[in-house]
Write a protein that binds this ligand. Structure first.
Ligand SMILES: Cc1cc2nc3c(=O)[nH]c(=O)nc-3n(C[C@H](O)[C@H](O)[C@H](O)COP(=O)(O)OP(=O)(O)OC[C@H]3O[C@@H](n4cnc5c(N)ncnc54)[C@H](O)[C@@H]3O)c2cc1C
Length: 415
């Protein structure tokens, strides 16, 4: 088939690779000048356990009021949130309370496991080092922190992930750079946890897809999707382009492209931040991924850099960075790993990115309901952890093969 893909983030790049590997003629249209310039640019990099990524799931087991306004508030409504943001927040809260929430989380755990396996297969096959680090430690500052993550931990264990409770001394043996002064009640350790560089892998997949014959048209903004047949219009071109199939991987922009076709996706941007600082001293820096569920932060190693990620904002905020959130990230970095990174170096990179979120925290993967139009979008807080699995499963469905995972939970028809 001749297939067009809209978007070259991590999801679009992985989809291009899988479809090209299946022998299709693939053309990717990307508005930016390179792959992974939007949400996939500087993610925290956590691959597993994906469900422990902050904001991976709706407000399950948590008190939304406390998240918004309590002393541990981590979610902020900023300029531009408006009534649409409040409506979305309400749906997100309802999704977390719905009787279907646990089944949806189990489906997400399955997608995460499948995707991790596919990511590992591809790094092996393509012989690339994507700055992988192994192991994930969930820091429990206070004894009640365990309660917050308990439902997810139970689910991950049921899904076969090894997660053991360790005391503070053992946690400091696993991560020798952890400060001895920062209070720590204990930790959960996932030896199979993993992190890697999302943008780097998107660039690798783009190259690998090109080697298989895929074409990437950068600087090509898709203005509209075809109403009846598979096709699209590129900004600045008069005639529409026709294909046998179109796959929408446009992240946050997907909802706007679908609306004129009568398809409504309740996508919202949940903005967050990462700070990437040059490594200072290996033994003082994190060796694997470290998750702080109280402040909803992740600290990872990305090769010669240490990256800390956190913050959740609904609303564009005028594009301004929230200084108090950044301050929290700097404090977390120096508080947990003193001496691990050069946090005041001019090479520090500060990034604000948008998680393309659907209210139940799950992506949409599969048929759109319109002929020839397929969806692979809305991966929210876990797009990196889910990209390779989503792409492989979608390629299987498009080839009329049964995918290795059940995609029912990710159908567009659930909205
Ligand atoms: C602070 C932060 C931390 C994160 N940490 C993690 C983590 O630890 N683990 C994890 O798994 N995930 C994490 N994520 C989430 C992850 O980054 C996203 O889910 C993922 O990058 C989404 O990928 P995507 O390809 O769907 O979207 P994008 O990367 O945004 O790609 C969409 C592409 O479509 C293009 N596009 C849009 N409209 C058009 C158009 N009309 N025409 C042509 N091109 C178009 C865009 O330019 C863009 O390149 C994090 C996100 C943030 C913000």
């Amino acid at each position: 088939m001749q297939i067009a893909i809209v978007g070259a983030g991590i999801v679009g790049a992985a989809t291009a690779y899988e479809l090209a590997a299946d022998g299709h003629e693939v053309t990717v249209f990307e508005q930016r000048g390179a792959a992974a310039e939007e949400a996939s640019f500087a993610s925290a990099g956590l691959l597993a356990p994906a469900l422990l990524t902050p904001w991976a799931q709706p407000a399950i087991g948590a008190n939304l009021r406390r998240q918004l306004w309590g002393s541990d508030a981590t979610l902020r409504l900023v300029r531009g949130a408006g009534s649409a943001g409040l409506r979305w927040l309400w749906r997100w809260r309802q999704a977390g309370r719905s009787p279907a929430a646990l089944a949806q989380l189990a489906a997400l755990a399955g997608l995460g496991r499948y995707s991790l396996a596919r990511t590992r297969e591809l790094t092996e096959l393509l012989q690339v080092d994507i700055e992988t680090s192994n192991g994930a430690l969930v820091l429990l500052r206070r004894p009640d922190c365990l309660e917050r993550v308990q439902p997810t931990v139970t689910l991950l264990r049921e899904a076969g992930m090894s997660l053991s409770e360790v005391d503070a001394d053992t946690a400091r043996l696993i991560e020798p750079g952890l400060s001895a002064d920062t209070p720590l009640a204990g930790a959960l350790y996932a030896p199979d946890g993993e992190a890697g560089n999302c943008r780097l892998f998107a660039l690798v997949l783009r190259q690998a897809a090109q080697d298989l014959g895929a074409q990437f048209m950068f600087g090509s903004k898709v203005r509209a999707l075809g109403q009846a047949a598979a096709g699209l219009r590129i900004a600045g071109e008069d005639a529409p382009r026709r294909f046998d199939a179109v796959v929408l991987c446009a992240g946050l922009a997907s909802a706007g492209l679908l609306r004129p076709l009568g398809l409504r996706l309740p996508l919202a941007a949940l903005y967050g931040y990462t700070i990437s600082a040059p490594l200072r001293e290996d033994t003082h820096a994190p060796q694997g991924a470290v998750i702080d569920p109280l402040h909803r932060l992740i600290i990872t190693r990305q090769g010669q850099r240490v990256r800390v990620s956190g913050g959740a904002e609904i609303g564009h905020g005028g594009g301004l960075q929230h200084q108090a959130t950044l301050q929290t990230l700097y404090l977390a970095l120096s508080g947990w790993f003193p001496g691990g990174a050069f946090a005041s170096s001019p090479q520090v990179q500060v990034w604000r990115g948008a998680r393309p979120m659907l209210p139940d925290g799950a992506p949409v993967i599969g048929a759109s309901g319109l002929p020839g139009l397929w969806l692979n979008t809305g991966h929210g807080a876990c797009g990196w952890a889910q990209a390779c699995g989503s792409a492989r499963a979608l390629a299987d469905v498009m080839a009329a093969r049964a995918p290795a995972i059940d995609l029912q939970a990710f159908s567009a028809q659930r909205f």
